[in-house]
Design a protein around this ligand. Structure first.
Ligand code: AMP
Length: 543
């Protein structure tokens, strides 16, 4: 027997309608290429979004057609998100930091029909325009005054396009399982793979994101996503924040600029900011060198890579900011776990709490986790056993776009294999020890490169650390520690190795340390281990 509840489709346009009614005068502040500080209200945003939806309707697009964006975080990008997805098309966010050949692959693979492009990203598209023949036209996200000379075909100015349209638009109602957005993973090997979100998964994920145990969002919050709108929908913020009516602050192209971020956080009273560890390193370094304190920020969600304990301490001790570590993936919309405390933890000492926050966190409702060994046998949650991390739930991909049935990404019993290796403790808190491909195998045992990196980052003279396995005649592989020294610091190999003693297992102590000026990162801020392994392929460890 079915229940007697209304069958109302979970569509992202329902967020707009709710936010318009309830939070119409809430603010959205953006840095853009054509305006250092643009400011307007939700109501104006939604009016323009409806104008854009009318304009899109005249481009001859069919439901499910892909419309791409190559843009930084700002208000026009937000309007495009909702106008494209809300109309029944698929908003395909492309990461402009990828190699041009990857951008070409992604656009062609997705068969994008139109592209919305940020003023600053026009030159990238001009270089590859002849390799993306299926694209019918480009909308340049600026006003007439700032329109560049361009040879992109059918290039139209965003403001002119929407300016000609009515602001009356009835959001269509369709099946909530229709695709709403598309984002390709920036894998380090092979072609990028597309993750296709739907309206239902997006709304369910937003409900989870706002809940107290996850981001604890409400209309009194002011949120600054430093995580890009092209990286897993900025971790769902465009949907979650509007659902509850948060003020939004977008840093535009200034995402990596510590000074601009500091200014926005202070002037706009930002209570929650989100980003990967590397952007927070830039902000903390700026604050340190300028002798400034973060006075307004209350909490920050950090994920995308392991958060060094040192960073959690610095935020707490120097700025009185709580770090909430999160783990997730493009394939998971992205939220999987969050390191918020649970009952019984009120009595933990501040240092014990840091140890909790240094874990990737516990599974949120909607995400089931398990760790399995090589044979697929489930491992215990005892804080010791480690295994391949598998997940399932309503906002986790069932396959990759146009690779259905061919990707081999799921187990026979329907779990998604994350490619991460993890430990889960008795309280359900998970820690990532490595990517499967980055695991260091020494004498048949696994060494966690992430644990060594995080410990090394605790040394005052270390700015960044990376650990890779290097071939060893007796042990198969041994760890090599690669270090960027902190500005002006002096640190030598033996001093650092001696300092690590007692902090990690004796047999994990790296066999050698090399000091470098730069550690390569992927387009989404992760250490590029594959490149480091190539760079140090012939490295001879001291005997
Ligand atoms: P992406 O799909 O680009 O967001 O990357 C997802 C991957 O980032 C995960 O599979 C992990 O390997 C890594 N990752 C994300 N969050 C964390 C975290 N808190 N700790 C360690 N690794 C993480």
């Amino acid at each position: 027997m079915h229940g007697l509840m209304m069958d109302s489709e979970l569509l992202i346009s329902t967020i707009l309608r709710h936010a318009d009614r309830n939070f119409g005068n809430q603010e959205i502040v953006s840095v853009t290429a054509d305006n250092p500080l643009h400011r307007y209200t939700y109501q104006e945003c939604f009016r323009r979004t409806r104008q854009l939806a009318n304009a899109l309707g005249k481009l001859g697009l069919m439901q499910g057609d892909r419309v791409a964006t190559l843009a930084w975080n700002d208000y026009r990008h937000l309007e495009a998100y909702y106008a494209i997805g809300g109309s029944g098309y698929v908003c395909h966010t492309v990461n402009p930091r990828l190699f041009p050949e990857q951008v070409v692959f992604i656009i062609n693979h997705a068969e994008d029909r139109w592209i919305f492009v940020d003023l600053l990203i026009v030159p990238l598209l001009e270089k590859i325009a002849d390799q993306i023949p299926g694209v019918e036209g480009f909308v340049i996200m600026t006003d007439e005054k700032h329109m560049p000379e361009t040879n992109l075909k059918n290039a139209v100015c965003y403001e002119t396009l929407i300016g000609a349209e009515s602001d009356a638009f009835d959001w269509p109602v369709f099946d909530e399982r229709s695709a709403s957005a598309l984002c390709y993973t920036s894998g380090t090997t092979g072609d990028p793979k597309g993750v296709l979100y739907d309206h239902r998964s997006t709304i369910l994920h937003a409900y989870a994101a706002v809940s107290p145990d996850v981001m604890n969002l409400s209309s009194i919050d002011c949120v600054l996503p430093v995580v890009p709108l092209f990286h897993v929908n900025a971790w769902g913020i465009p949907y979650a924040a509007l659902m509850v009516g948060c003020k939004l602050v977008f840093p535009g192209p200034k995402m990596g600029d510590g000074e601009t971020l500091y200014g926005l956080l202070e002037q706009e009273n930002v209570s929650l900011a989100l980003g990967v560890p590397t952007v927070w390193l830039a902000l903390l370094q700026y604050a340190d060198s300028a002798g400034k304190k973060l006075n307004k920020l209350q909490r920050t969600v950090i994920g995308g890579a392991a958060v060094p304990e040192r960073m959690i301490r610095d935020f707490r001790d120097k700025h009185d900011v709580t770090v909430i570590q999160g783990w997730g993936m493009t394939e998971m919309s992205p939220l999987g776990t969050v390191s918020t405390p649970k009952f019984g933890m009120e009595t933990l000492t501040p240092d014990e709490m840091i140890a909790v926050r240094a874990k990737a966190g516990r599974g949120i409702f909607g995400v089931e986790m398990r760790i399995v060994d090589d044979k697929g046998t489930e491992m215990p949650w005892d804080g010791v056993a480690y295994g391949s991390l598998q997940v399932r739930g309503p906002w986790i991909c069932s396959d990759y776009f146009r690779l259905e049935g061919k990707s081999g990404s799921h187990t026979a019993d329907g779990w998604f294999d994350t490619g991460d290796v993890a430990i889960i403790d008795e309280d359900g808190y998970m820690s990532i020890t490595d990517r499967t491909k980055d695991v260091i195998k020494s004498g048949g045992e696994w060494i966690s490169s992430i644990d060594i990196e995080n410990t090394a980052m605790g040394h005052d003279a270390v700015a960044e650390a990376a650990v890779i396995g290097v071939a060893h005649p007796k042990w198969t592989e041994r760890p090599l520690l690669i270090i960027i020294r902190a500005k002006g610091a002096s640190l030598e190999r033996d001093e650092l190795l001696a300092w690590l003693e007692g902090k990690i297992a004796k047999w994990w102590i790296p066999d050698d340390v090399v000091f470098v000026d730069e550690i390569p990162h992927t387009a989404t801020g992760k250490i590029k281990k594959i490149e480091l392994r190539k760079q140090f392929a012939d490295y001879e460890l001291p005997s």
